[in-house]
Design a protein around this ligand. Structure first.
Ligand code: SAH
Length: 254
């Protein structure tokens, strides 16, 4: 399996089927093939077929799912695209760094680049599932590219990285002894963490503020590996058990 086969291009809630076809063509032109469609508004559609031209195979093999979590399950790296600045800054890579990282990591595990809706991009919640954000440095006065055009730019950078790799001029990738935690396991961990923080009275779901977002960003910056994640889950369970025992002791004294 080549690195190309481990790169998923994920389109979230796309409105215009023409963009889905255009994206399929952009993938195939650059040697990619795995298109994921999260709850597309109108699909299958003739307009997608027309715009796909000779990339019909990519369109035929597109995986349609209901949620972003399904589309990124199994991925060790998730990159979210953004046409503008967001309120809480996230680790940011430029398109070239994105191509390099995606290509290098795709030697080891599945990776995903996710693209947002034509009218309002990705939600904060979706962006907070990502390890990195990538912004195409466009004209600040008109920064939002057409969806399929943005897919084209980032797929092109993956191709450039593959060519640099073939020439032996790609910077070397930091080796790590454990695989990175996968997207679905991280989601489970954040749910567990939130519950544990509620159990010990640190976190209030009715007044969440930015706590969970900031914790996601903290853990994301560390790039937890699978072993570290399972240790942390064990720690949470022990904390919850201790809190439960303490509660019982207090209740028995009342
Ligand atoms: N009005 C929306 C723009 C959405 S453009 C917003 O403000 O977010 C549709 C999608 O194309 C975006 O979600 C993103 O995936 C991609 N895109 C468009 N312009 C981009 C840019 N300059 N950098 C990175 N991705 C971009």
């Amino acid at each position: 399996m080549s690195n190309f086969d481990k790169v998923r291009i994920v389109l979230v809630n796309t409105s215009h089927p023409g963009n889905i076809g255009g994206a399929a063509r952009a993938l195939k032109n650059m040697g990619l093939s795995r298109l994921y469609l999260v709850a597309p508004k109108e699909y299958p559609a003739d307009r997608a077929v027309w715009r796909a031209a000779s990339a019909l195979d990519v369109l035929d093999n597109a995986v349609v799912v209901e949620s972003l979590d399904e589309a990124i399950a199994g991925c060790g790296l998730v990159v979210g695209t953004s046409a503008r600045e967001r309120r809480i800054p996230w680790p940011l890579v430029n398109p070239r760094e994105c191509g390099t990282r995606v290509w290098q990591e795709a030697a080891e595990h599945d990776v995903a680049i996710i693209f947002g809706r034509e009218d309002r991009g990705l939600t904060n919640e979706e962006l907070h599932k990502c390890t990195y954000h990538v912004h195409i440095p466009s004209n600040p006065d008109y920064s939002s590219l057409n969806l399929a055009a943005a897919v084209q730019v980032l797929c092109y950078e993956v191709r450039m990285a593959s060519l640099a790799d073939a020439e032996g001029v790609l910077p070397s990738f930091d080796e790590w002894d454990q695989p990175p935690a996968k997207a679905q396991d991280l989601e489970m961990y954040y749910k567990h963490l939130e519950q544990a923080l509620v159990d010990i009275g640190f976190h209030d779901r009715d007044n969440p503020r930015q706590t969970m977002t900031r914790l996601r960003r903290l853990y994301g910056r560390i790039r937890l590996d699978e072993m570290e994640l399972s240790i942390l889950r064990g720690v949470l369970t022990a904390i919850q058990n201790a809190a439960y025992r303490m509660k019982k002791v207090i209740e028995s004294k009342e």
